[in-house]
Design a protein around this ligand. Structure first.
Ligand SMILES: C[S@@+](CC[C@H](N)C(=O)[O-])C[C@H]1O[C@@H](n2cnc3c(N)ncnc32)[C@H](O)[C@@H]1O
Length: 325
């Protein structure tokens, strides 16, 4: 490797190629660990032929031979050719760091890197383009309320709540529906700074009647208000985090005020609606959360100190729950 560094990269890009092929070497080591190559070579006290390794590990001979030869090339497996047949044995480094039974084994670290971290690196481009990804997500959130926002804003008469804060209100789409419906109320969207900045850049409208405020609903202060909106927030998080948030909201909510949840509600027996079951399955791969039946939200709200919990199914994608302080 080092000799490549002394050559001119302009003549031939050795270093560059070594770097961009690095993932193949990582994956060769990961795969050998997952297949148990190093454990087998340690257990068998004598060198093994390709046929023996393939038989013991249940692999193809061709595949394991190519893998073993790469491991030899990177000096973690030794090879000895006897009468034209290659015999492979482990090196001290592999026995110490790659075999599962060694007290200094890195096996668990390698398995985690292979099975968990490696697939995530597929998302590196999207992660680097995070504003673009965030914008795509915000557009998705925004589009829901184009068709469902009016129902959520009007399913209860919210006109008595003169100050409304949409916590985690994202692009402000639901807040705009509320502001349109209740023009004498002030409506503020509170979301994380990066989200608010993106919302201001991409979603503000001429004559916007809503305000944006940067904040953190879990770590920061929540301003006083009459009504708090939590649309598709509670379903994202685990119960203890939700309870903490609802208690915090209850503490700053004006007396007589309340909280309005907008969520897709499962039936109490969890046997439907199918769309909500599918949403819940989707959340398994996207967030910490899941969809719940009304009793879950009623329980949380009551535990947090709210009363008069009223559930209203809209018959569309999202339902509403109003609770009072
Ligand atoms: C699933 S989205 C729901 C957005 C919006 N309420 C809606 O229904 O369209 C969750 C929102 O919570 C916001 N959020 C997450 N963590 C937050 C935090 N700690 N403080 C404030 N907002 C947060 C996200 O930025 C995002 O806008």
């Amino acid at each position: 490797m080092a000799e490549h560094l002394s050559q001119s990269e302009l003549d031939y890009p050795f270093k560059l190629m070594e770097y961009f092929n690095g993932f193949r070497i990582s994956k060769a080591i990961f795969s050998a660990c997952e297949l148990g190559v190093f454990d087998l070579l340690l257990q068998c006290q004598e060198p093994l032929s390709v046929t023996e390794v393939a038989k013991k590990l249940g692999t193809s001979e061709d595949g394991i031979e190519r893998l073993l030869d790469v491991l030899v090339a990177i000096e973690i497996v030794d090879v000895e050719v006897v009468q034209g047949t290659a015999h492979y044995s482990s090196t001290d480094v592999a026995n110490l760091y790659l075999a599962k039974t060694s007290p200094k084994s890195l096996h668990d670290m390698i398995i985690y890197s292979s099975q968990t971290i490696y697939p995530l690196w597929n998302n590196l481009v999207d992660a680097v383009r995070s504003e673009e990804e965030m914008l795509k997500f915000m557009r998705l959130m925004n589009s829901t309320w184009i068709i469902d926002g009016h129902d959520i804003a009007t399913v209860f008469d919210l006109s008595r709540f003169k100050s409304i804060i949409d916590l985690g209100g994202c692009s402000g789409a639901l807040a705009r529906e509320l502001s349109r419906e209740y023009p004498s109320s002030s409506v503020t969207v509170l979301d994380l700074p990066a989200v608010v900045q993106t919302a201001r850049r991409h979603f503000t409208q001429q004559d916007d009647t809503i305000c944006f405020q940067e904040g953190d609903i879990f770590e920061g202060d929540i301003p006083h208000a009459d009504l708090y909106i939590l649309a598709r927030i509670i379903h994202d998080w685990k119960e203890d985090k939700n309870l903490k948030l609802l208690r915090k909201i209850h503490a700053v909510c004006h007396p007589g005020g309340g909280v309005l949840l907008a969520e897709a509600l499962l039936f109490e027996n969890r046997r439907g609606p199918t769309q909500v079951q599918v949403f819940s399955l989707n959340m398994l791969v996207q967030t910490e959360g899941k969809e719940h039946p009304p009793s879950y939200y009623t329980h949380l709200l009551t535990e947090a100190g709210f009363t008069n919990v009223t559930v209203c199914r809209t018959g569309k994608s999202y339902d509403a729950i109003l609770a009072l302080k």
